[in-house]
Design a protein around this ligand. Structure first.
Ligand code: ZN
Length: 322
């Protein structure tokens, strides 16, 4: 009996501590699988590749507004648009909605265009795009007509590119931008007055490290910007799949061959630490070498910078525990 007690303690530990963690991950996987099944089903009917539908859904989920469906799909279509102008009683009969040229379609075959039904919502969006065509260019035009905003279209096309490349929406990996075996240091300097260049407040975290230390992408994403900026020096901008833009500045140089439009994943080397900036192209050495890391969030209407420090801490811990 005495020998059994430690075993029982272990058993209790496993029963009460491990399962919630495992269930959470299993839940997430299950939701992703259900979403994928719906994207692929809708893609098969409309010829709009699944990764565009998945990207639109992800983009809308990232805007974190309240969604019409409380189930899987985050895409939410304006009620007047869904039912059609003049269909003020909001009758969901498909005959009625199409009579008023509403956006809503019947995706699940129940003769209703239900604005809260996952299949109807996704099929309606795919149908709208399909009317423009099914090529990359057609889809881009349809998205512009729908969102009327360049950054929204750009973000969706980027997310689609990442999903297509990896063949999945389950992309949860992250990384710390500096390899942990190198010497580096950083502290929370959010909002501090800038040391150089005047009145702007400091929008980001400075990670001090030696010249030439590799800089890695922290997330999945697409290289959206690369080149010289008077303050940032040689810098690179990567937009991820969560409507966030990651800004890496003062680089010594870039990884050979890296170009705008490239898909990156966490851990991919994108450049190296330097001290470029605060002058015309090539200016360096006006301050100690460091990586300036900034993050920006877009909600579908406007973009703002936020403090990357807690994320860096989290990614650093995760990288250490791998
Ligand atoms: Zn900085």
């Amino acid at each position: 009996m005495k020998k059994l007690i430690p075993i029982m303690i272990y058993a209790v530990f496993f029963l009460f501590l491990l399962p919630p963690f495992i269930y959470a991950e299993e839940d997430e996987q299950k939701v992703d699988q259900e979403k994928m099944a719906l994207y692929k089903k809708t893609a098969a009917i409309t010829q709009i590749p699944w990764y565009y539908l998945a990207a639109i859904d992800q983009f809308e989920e990232n805007t974190q507004k309240e969604t019409a469906s409380d189930d899987l799909i985050a895409i939410t279509i304006d009620q007047n648009r869904w039912f059609g102008i003049g269909n003020s009683i909001h009758n969901t009969s498909i005959a009625w909605v199409s009579l008023f040229s509403g956006f809503g379609q019947d995706g699940n075959g129940d003769n209703l265009a239900d604005p809260t039904n996952d299949e109807d919502i996704l099929y309606s969006m795919a149908h709208y795009i399909e009317k423009e065509g099914t090529s990359h260019r057609d889809i881009k035009i349809a998205l512009w007509n729908y969102y009327k905003r360049d950054l929204s279209v750009q973000t969706i096309m980027n997310i689609a590119k990442v999903y297509k490349q990896f063949g999945t929406i389950s992309l949860n990996k992250t990384d710390f931008p500096i390899p942990l075996q190198h010497n580096y240091s950083y502290k929370n300097t959010w909002g501090d007055a800038r040391g150089f260049g005047g009145r702007r407040i400091h929008e980001g975290t400075d990670i001090f490290a030696n010249y030439g230390v590799p800089v890695k992408s922290t997330t999945y994403g697409v290289v959206e910007l690369k080149g010289w900026n008077r303050y940032g020096g040689w810098r690179i901008g990567i937009r991820d799949i969560y409507n966030r833009y990651h800004y890496y500045a003062h680089l010594n140089g870039y990884k050979d061959g890296l170009k705008v439009g490239d898909v990156v994943e966490p851990g991919d080397i994108i450049g190296s630490v330097g001290s470029t900036g605060y002058g015309p192209p090539g200016t360096a050495g006006k301050f100690p070498p460091h990586l300036h890391y900034g993050m920006y969030k877009d909600n579908g209407y406007s973009e703002w910078s936020f403090d990357p420090y807690p994320y860096l801490r989290k990614w650093e811990r995760a990288a250490r525990n791998r």
